[in-house]
Design a protein around this ligand. Sequence first.
Ligand SMILES: Cc1cc2nc3c(=O)[nH]c(=O)nc-3n(C[C@H](O)[C@H](O)[C@H](O)COP(=O)(O)OP(=O)(O)OC[C@H]3O[C@@H](n4cnc5c(N)ncnc54)[C@H](O)[C@@H]3O)c2cc1C
Length: 598
Amino acid sequence: MKKHQFEVVVVGAGGAGLMAGLYASQSASTAVISKLYPARSHTGAAQGGIGAALGNLEEDHPAWHTYDTVKGSDYLGDQDAIEFMCEEAPSIVYELEHMGLPFNRTKEGKIAQRPFGGHTNNETGKPVMRACYAADRTGHMILQTLYQQSIKNNVTFYDEFQVMDLIMTEEGVAGVVALEIATGELHVFHAKSVIFATGGWGRVWEITSNAFAYTGDGVAITLRRGIPAQDMEFFQFHPTGIYKMGILITEGVRGEGGILLNGKGERFMEKEGNAPSVKELASRDVVSRAMYLELKEGNGVNGENYLYLDVTPETVNKYAALDGRTNPDGSPFSVTGEEILGKLPDIIDFCETYLGVNPVTQPMPVQPTAHYAMGGIPTDKFGQVIVDKKRKPLPGLFAVGENACVSVHGANRLGTNSLLDLVVFGKHSGMKAAEYAKEADYIPLPDNPTEFVEQQLETLRNAEGEERISDIGTEMKEVMFEHVGVFRVEDGMAQAVEKIRELKARFKNIKLDDQGKKFNMDLLNAWELSNLLDIAEVTAVSALKRKESRGAHARDDYQERNDKKWMKHTLAWLEDGEVKLDYKDVIFTKFEPKKRVY
Ligand SMILES: Cc1cc2nc3c(=O)[nH]c(=O)nc-3n(C[C@H](O)[C@H](O)[C@H](O)COP(=O)(O)OP(=O)(O)OC[C@H]3O[C@@H](n4cnc5c(N)ncnc54)[C@H](O)[C@@H]3O)c2cc1C
């Protein structure tokens, strides 16, 4: 076992982890540990943009961004944190620009912006151009920029090290244990502050836009150490995944004028009950549900389980004229094939590669895809982890990015607000973690800090059963997609809980093929599956208990939002294999809950 000591240890090298590491390293010795090479983190897959009310093309204000985010969250977001994020947004986007991020530009050379779902001019209710973008590779550019800055600032990286435990003693947080993937050796990182930034867990579901590495390690590790997970029932389904594959087609396509059509060629988003005003640019929960209902009514294309997303200039221009859409200078909006190609190059590439479809001349077959975790490790707006309903902090422990729940996204995240969340809260958690480390002493390590990890690994290695992890994984994904997906009912969710428990029991009887130490991905995949199973169980139980529809949690048997009973955050603990629930107040500042209309 090897030992290292750093004042701040960051787990994860995506946008959140890199920004946190960058800021922590300005005043504390800092290590960033990542199971992937940093540039392979899922942030690199983010396409459409990062939200900030710069007002470069039309009037916009952080206060409008705040209101849209509160409304988008279906009023479950904590308003103090949302206000903070939206106020910080313009300066942080300029900071990224100054670090060298190559944003698209307006004719005057300012950062270009495009519309995205749920972002509006609060006076007219019309979509507003708030998403700052670098073609359809915004996340890739953020990741590259922050990685370059981190290298320049001498952040110490441990690439391809998988963190498997948080070291906690009676005195508090003392560091993490990681497995070096190349050798199988365990490393102890003794630290004063630990920041979890491990990303999401879309791999719980069958159809997902998420990377293979999205196995929720940070949440599973902290759950095992007695820390609750918040609002796990709220998992976002993005409306437009490539049919059957789930690969994401950015909302930026609809921002550029793309239209959703059913098998009869109807633009269903304008139907009463869907979103007659902003149509395709409603928030994601609203669009996904409308699509689900179209499919359920048999309105899929060719009788199949998909709909069309059409961004061909002919369709875009036809509907832009019908909607009376104009450019910022008041002239009628229209696009050419060349412009589509210039703004969405990767999307066109994906569709040609995976579907043999050219979106400039043909519509894309799409279906909702599991996309984003609104829930996660509970924190305050400085990334500090809080462990109960009274908001008691756990000194030295921080979480940021998709694995954290601040909560700025509440029951439903608006597009472009995750990249913003990463950099705003990444920055502040990095600063707070370093500040804490300056005042705190190292908490002594326990006698055998790797004991719990060794136990877990031994159990997996020595399992002598017959079950295959791939079968257990497939069954989990299917049941979660069917019963804890876009629409939910009591019976289905209860079945899912039961099934997950059965799979957890079967997981004890697995057999691994690889008994070696070096690059044992068989072993690590099994450990990751155990994380997904814990998360699936917590998600399904939290969902089953919430008897209302709010944001991404849409129930057929309780179709209305119920603010009287359910305007509260769920906290879930895993204790001795049982899920325990409690609830925490939502923070309100300015906005009283209203019915959402798009
Ligand atoms: C296809 C796609 C498109 C998207 N487009 C947009 C968009 O346009 N705008 C927007 O705002 N949001 C978008 N999102 C959402 C957003 O990109 C993500 O929520 C965000 O990038 C997550 O960043 P992160 O830093 O939290 O995690 P990640 O970038 O995933 O980084 C996680 C890091 O944790 C490390 N890690 C994980 N587990 C361990 C472990 N056990 N030990 C050590 N390291 C570990 C990984 O190696 C990785 O470095 C998109 C998401 C997807 C999937």
